[in-house]
Design a binder for this molecule. Structure first.
Ligand code: HEM
Length: 135
C-alpha cells in the first residue's frame, strides 16, 4: 500500500467538501436501504464527522501507533450504534465508489487496490475492538 498515493488522492477528493459525504450516503442508502434506519434523521452533522474521521485516518495511515487506538475507540462506539460486522463491506463498497466518482480520470487500479487494502485494515481493527468484551 502506497500511503503517499492515498494521501494525494484523498486531498484531491476532499477538495469537493461536503459533496463527498452526501454522495457517499446517497450511494450507501440506495444500495442498502436497510441501513438508513441506523442513522438519526439529521445527517448534516454526520457528514462533517465522517469527513473529519476519514481525514484523520488518512493522515495517520502510516502511523500505526496513533491510528490503532483511534480505530479501536471508533469501532467500540460503532458497536453501540448497532453496526454489525456484515455492514462493513457495504460501507467499504460505497466509500470506494465515492472515491472513484470524485477522482474522475485520476482513478486507476492502483488506487482501487490501495484503498481496498486500507479500508480492510480499518474495518478489521474496528470490528475486533467491537467484538471484545468491555474491560
Ligand atoms: C471507515 C469506517 C468508518 C468511519 C471512519 C466512520 C466514522 C464515523 C464517525 C466519525 C461517526 C460519529 C460518531 C463517533 O465518532 O463515534 C460515525 C457514526 C456512525 N456510523 Fe460510522 N464510520 C465507519 C464505518 C461505519 C459502518 C461500517 C457503519 C455501518 C452502517 C457505520 C454506521 C454509523 C452509524 C449508524 C453512526 C451513528 C449515526 C447517528 O448517530 O445517527 N459506520 N461513524
Amino acid at each position: 500500500m502506497d500511503a503517499q498515493r492515498l494521501k494525494e488522492n484523498f486531498a484531491l477528493v476532499g477538495g469537493n467538501g461536503i459533496d463527498v459525504a452526501e454522495y457517499f450516503y446517497a450511494d450507501l442508502f440506495e444500495k442498502n436501504p436497510r441501513l438508513r434506519s441506523l442513522f438519526s434523521g439529521a445527517m448534516a452533522k454526520q457528514h462533517e464527522k465522517l469527513l473529519t474521521a476519514l481525514a484523520h485516518i488518512v493522515e495517520s495511515v502510516d502511523d500505526e501507533a496513533a491510528l490503532v487506538p483511534y480505530l479501536r475507540d471508533l469501532g467500540r462506539r460503532h458497536d453501540g450504534f448497532g453496526v454489525a460486522a456484515e455492514y462493513y463491506p457495504q460501507v467499504g463498497a460505497s466509500l470506494i465508489a465515492t472515491l472513484a466518482h470524485f477522482s474522475g480520470p485520476a482513478w486507476n487500479e492502483d488506487l482501487e487496490r490501495d484503498w481496498t487494502a486500507a479500508y480492510g485494515v480499518v474495518a478489521q481493527v474496528m470490528q475486533e475492538a467491537a467484538a471484545e468484551p468491555v474491560a
